[in-house]
Design a protein around this ligand. Structure first.
Ligand code: SAM
Length: 242
C-alpha cells in the first residue's frame, strides 16, 4: 500500500524527496519527455532580457538536483550575460548531494524557502521551479523572497498548472498524471507514495490568480504570467519594486 503524503506536512514532504533523490533525474526526464528543459530556458531568457544589469547574483530555491541552475548557466552564457554568483538552496540533503555531484561551479546551502540563509536586499534573481507547490507556508516564503531580493530584483516561478477544464487533452493529461506517473514513478523509485503525491499536490495547489494575489499582498509587482504546452506548466515573473 502506498504511503500517503499530505500536502500540509512539510517534514514528510522533505523526507519523501530524500527517498527519491537517487532516481529523481531519470524519472524527471522520462515522465516529462524532457520538455521541462525548454520551459526552464525560456524563463531564464525572459528574466535576463528584462533585467539590464551586470554581475548578477542568483539563488535557485528548492533547487533539487540542480537542473534550473544548469539552465541559468547555459542561458546566461548564450546571451553573453555575466552571473557573479549562483547558489542552490534546498532542505533535502539527498537532493543536494545529487546536485553537488553534477555541478561543481555553484554553492549549495541547506535551507527552506521560508528561512533563506541570505541578507536583506542582497540578491538580483530568485528562481523556484516545480518547488513552490511543496512549500506549506506560502505567505512566509513570499515574504522571505521579498526580504532577500534587491529592489528591482526578479522572482521567477515555474509550476505545474492545476487543470480546470475538461477537454480531451485535459483528460489525457489527467490520466497520465494520476495513473501513469504513479505507476512508472512507483516502479522505478520504489516509492509509489511519492509519485502519487505529485498529482495530488498539483490538484490541491492554488490557482495562478491566487498565487499572484499572494505575491501582490507580499509587495511584488506582477511582470508576466504565461502558460506553456497546453497549460501544463505556468511561468510567473514578478518584481520587487525599486
Ligand atoms: C519537484 S522538486 C523540484 C526540484 C528542482 N527545482 C527542479 O526543477 O527539478 C521539489 C523540491 O522542493 C524541495 N522542497 C520541499 N519543501 C521545500 C521548502 N519548504 N522549501 C524549499 N524547498 C522545498 C524538495 O526538497 C525538492 O528538492
Amino acid at each position: 500500500m502506498a504511503n500517503t503524503i499530505t500536502t500540509n506536512d512539510q517534514s514528510k514532504i522533505i523526507d519523501m524527496f530524500n527517498n527519491i533523490s537517487s532516481t529523481y533525474d531519470l524519472l524527471n526526464r522520462l515522465l516529462s519527455f524532457g520538455i521541462d528543459q525548454r520551459w526552464r530556458k525560456t524563463a531564464c531568457k525572459k528574466v535576463l532580457k528584462g533585467l539590464e544589469k551586470d554581475d548578477l547574483t542568483i539563488i535557485d530555491v528548492a533547487c533539487g538536483t540542480g537542473d534550473m541552475l544548469i539552465a541559468w548557466k547555459e542561458t546566461s552564457h548564450k546571451l553573453g550575460r555575466n552571473i557573479s554568483s549562483f547558489v542552490g538552496v534546498d532542505p533535502s540533503v539527498g537532493m543536494l548531494n545529487v546536485a553537488r555531484e553534477k555541478i561543481s561551479w555553484c554553492n549549495f546551502k541547506e535551507g527552506k524557502a521560508t528561512e533563506l540563509p541570505f541578507e536583506d536586499n542582497s540578491i538580483d534573481i530568485i528562481s523556484i521551479t516545480y518547488g513552490i507547490r511543496n512549500v506549506v507556508d506560502l505567505e512566509s516564503a513570499f515574504k522571505e523572497f521579498y526580504r532577500v531580493l534587491k529592489p528591482g530584483g526578479r522572482l521567477v516561478i515555474l509550476e505545474f498548472a492545476k487543470q480546470e477544464r475538461e477537454s480531451a487533452l485535459d483528460k489525457f493529461a489527467k490520466w497520465y498524471l494520476h495513473q501513469m506517473i504513479p505507476l512508472i514513478g512507483g516502479l522505478i523509485s520504489k516509492d509509489k507514495g511519492a509519485y502519487k503525491y505529485l498529482p495530488d499536490s498539483i490538484a490541491g495547489f492554488i490557482t495562478s490568480n491566487e498565487l499572484n494575489n499572494i505575491q501582490k499582498n507580499c509587495g511584488f509587482e506582477i511582470v508576466e504570467t504565461k502558460d506553456y504546452s497546453f497549460k501544463i506548466s505556468t511561468m510567473f515573473i514578478s518584481k520587487k519594486p525599486e
